[in-house]
Design a protein around this ligand. Structure first.
Ligand SMILES: [Mg+2]
Length: 454
């Protein structure tokens, strides 16, 4: 039984047509997925679905990168590949010619994420488990076999990782039950988009608190006077102790970040996210040191486990924000979760975009059950859009992610969506549909429409 097909779709949502919010660095995103379907001749009806998230132009480049991985998959025995996803990951990442394009970063690394995540989706469907539960039931030895410890040993050895995982083994069943009963805390970014007027900001802040969210996040960084005014409104609306994080989306250089956040410190921000370039590790460390005890968070644009390792070694972040499709899929995120556990830094995943909430919930839940064993001071980002395009969308109840129970990785996009939003010939892009219909339905009154990168 072999893989017969690696099908790729360029799917784009024209979210830039109907913006009602923005962040300073991403003015016109069309939320997009370079989408993969793996087919086999096993005859059980299961397919593996995965994708890389991009914001429009370049999604065709992303799709071409995925296509370059086709020879690694098509014709290979299904059972052999799925039984050794650690070995398969190393094969893809260590292709010497493709590796030149990174190494281990950017378009090629995200292409590997799409394929690796599709393989995890297929394996989980075949085993009848959601990915978080599948990972949570692997032995410590099986989990470390997923990880490439090359470049990590000075911070985390295979033996240390095994010890961490063994230490978390006793409570696994109890924590899995707790997740199924109580879910995982979420925070919402919806109130804080830069383009909202003051009244809308105030109303959405109050709604977020009333809806049971334990934290919100505001975009900052375009204009300091605006940020002061908006933080005043949010603080009044949410109350003095309510966690309000802020996110600069890489807008500042280091001195500006320090100066700006000193002005906002009086509002007690829960964290400052992406204050500067994700490649400026020493800059993050300087900002963290100068602004302490204010906490710094980053990760959605961090290229790989090696960069995360250094951020942790430098004591540059207080919260680590994994992303499900930026690094090379589940395997590399297992490595990053282990690093975070070793350094005792809480993981608060980045989500939003297309399907990032759907995927990353599995990784946070696995972390709680089998790695850190902790849920305290941890939240998964939630952004309320594009979920209707997924077969198994996330469910939020009382401000918490409900643990998914359907087998797989929650990656499957509805076939009709794949057809209608296909770029450039799908109905939505060929001009046949009005813009409002094209973005997946008019936002309900009082709810935000399609938004910006989170
Ligand atoms: Mg962000």
């Amino acid at each position: 039984m072999i893989f017969t097909e690696l099908e790729i779709s360029d799917v784009r949502f024209p979210t830039s047509r109907s913006l009602d919010g923005s962040d300073a660095m991403n003015p016109d995103p069309d939320y997009s997925a370079a989408y993969v379907v793996l087919r086999t001749d096993v005859g059980d009806g299961h397919e593996g679905h995965g994708f890389a998230f991009t914001i429009g132009r370049g999604n065709d480049v992303q799709a071409a990168a995925i296509a370059s991985l086709r020879p690694y998959v098509v014709g290979r025995p299904v059972a052999t590949v799925l039984a050794d996803l650690g070995g398969f990951w190393r094969e893809l990442v260590h292709d010497s010619q493709l590796r030149w394009l990174g190494p281990e970063k950017g378009v090629m690394h995200m292409a590997i994420a799409a394929v690796v995540n599709a393989l995890w989706d297929l394996r989980a469907k075949r085993e009848g488990l959601p990915v978080w539960r599948l990972l949570s039931r692997l032995s410590p030895e099986e989990l470390v076999d997923l990880v490439d410890f090359r470049y990590l040993d000075d911070a985390l050895t295979r033996e240390e990782a095994l010890q961490l995982l063994r230490a978390a083994q006793p409570g696994r069943a109890e924590r899995e039950e707790h997740l199924l009963r109580a879910g995982y805390p979420a925070y919402t970014t919806s109130p804080g988009w830069l383009g909202y007027d003051d009244e809308k900001l105030r109303r959405l802040c109050k709604e977020a608190v009333a809806d049971g969210f334990g934290q919100i996040k505001l975009k900052v960084g375009a204009d300091l006077a605006d940020d002061v005014r908006r933080m005043t409104i949010a603080r009044q609306a949410c109350g003095p102790d309510f966690p309000i994080a802020v996110d600069a989306n890489q807008r500042w250089d280091v001195p500006t970040a320090i100066r700006w956040m000193r002005e906002l410190a009086r509002f007690d921000p829960h964290w400052i996210e992406e204050p500067t370039s994700p490649d400026d590790l020493l800059g993050h460390a300087t900002i963290a040191r100068e602004l302490a005890p204010m906490r710094v968070a980053t990760g959605e644009h961090v290229a790989n486990r090696v960069v995360f390792k250094q951020l942790l070694q430098l004591d540059a972040i207080s919260y680590l924000q994994i992303d499900a499709t930026r690094v090379a899929g589940v395997n590399e995120n297992v490595a990053i979760l282990l690093l975070a556990a070793k350094f005792g830094v809480p993981v608060c995943p980045h989500a939003g975009g297309v399907g990032l909430c759907e995927l990353v919930q599995h990784l946070a839940m696995f972390d709680y059950v089998a790695v850190s064993g902790e849920m305290t001071d941890r939240v998964i980002e939630y952004v309320d859009h594009l979920h209707e395009h997924f077969v198994d969308p996330v469910v939020i109840r009382d401000g918490r992610y409900v643990a998914p129970v359907a087998p797989g990785f929650s990656t499957t996009i509805r076939p009709r969506t794949l057809a209608e939003y296909a770029y450039p010939h799908g109905r939505v892009w060929s001009g046949a549909a009005p813009a409002e219909e094209a973005v997946g339905g008019t936002p309900e009154p009082g709810r935000p429409g399609p938004e910006m990168a989170s």
